[in-house]
Design a binder for this molecule. Sequence first.
Ligand code: ADP
Ligand code: MG
Length: 308
Amino acid sequence: MESPESSKRSIDASKDLNQSNNAQVDSLRVSVLSEALPYIQRFEGKRIVIKYGGAAMAHGELHEAVLRDIALLSSVGVQPIVVHGGGPEINHWLNQLNITTEFRDGLRITDRKTMDVVEMVLVGRVNKQIVNGINKLGASSVGISGIDGKLIEARPFNNGSHGYVGEVAKVNIQVLEPLLSEGYVPVISSVAATEKGDSLNINADTVAGELAATLEAEKLILLTDTPGILRNKNDPSSLIRQINLSDIRQLIDKGIVEGGMLPKTQCCIRALAQGVSAAHIINGTIPHALLLEVFTDIGIGTMVFGNE
Ligand code: ADP
Ligand code: MG
């Protein structure tokens, strides 16, 4: 049997071990923070457009971690601008109402009834959940749609081939400037109005790309549910880590990139062609994917860069 003395010694030893573990964790934490300094300095005051996709959002348990990363970016002086999708939540409510929809080229064919649901879910519910979540973490966020301040002016996509699906006709960032200069994190849902006042549903990747270009953002980051652009979309190990504009066009022509990845690659091309320095397609289902991308050298996912 253990003597009281030896039992006390083993408790003391485990205390020592705990303390030394805690000290190691603390020291790691501090060194990670310290290594982030050059990145924080580099991105201070810079704009980073983040598309938070429906696919990444479906992993509810990571929702708070994503919002925490956004709040952290804002707290250290980076200016994040969030554009959100909401596919799974829209599907849920369409199902509840027995409305069926189909996708063509990664875009949802949208009739009048579907559009009403899209607008209610994205602008009324998903947008406010994100804003509320960021506010709860101590940053300040304001949610708007493309309609507010005519941020996005829309026209029917491909002359109306997809119903109430829109494309971006014009971007007016004036409404964002006072928000950004006061330190608010704008959260934007990708619904916009036509000249006649019809609400249209625009792919959120497309909106993020156009906003990044007009805001002269430093980075465009698209959070989704795959590791990035894959050479074989069913094989996560076929990740393309870096790709330039002409190679990405080839992937589109060969049909390697399809479905929901199509608007992503197209918006990266548009954003880079208009002066955004780098566009990243990353896996939003990895904890703290955003911080890994912004605050480390390695980065994650696929980086798309201009040809120069
Ligand atoms: P989000 O909600 O993030 O916009 P989407 O479902 O619209 O997500 O787009 C991401 C999807 O694109 C992936 O889940 C995958 O099924 C599809 N995809 C098509 N081609 C590729 C590819 N080459 N590499 C990776 N994903 C691809
Ligand atoms: Mg999509």
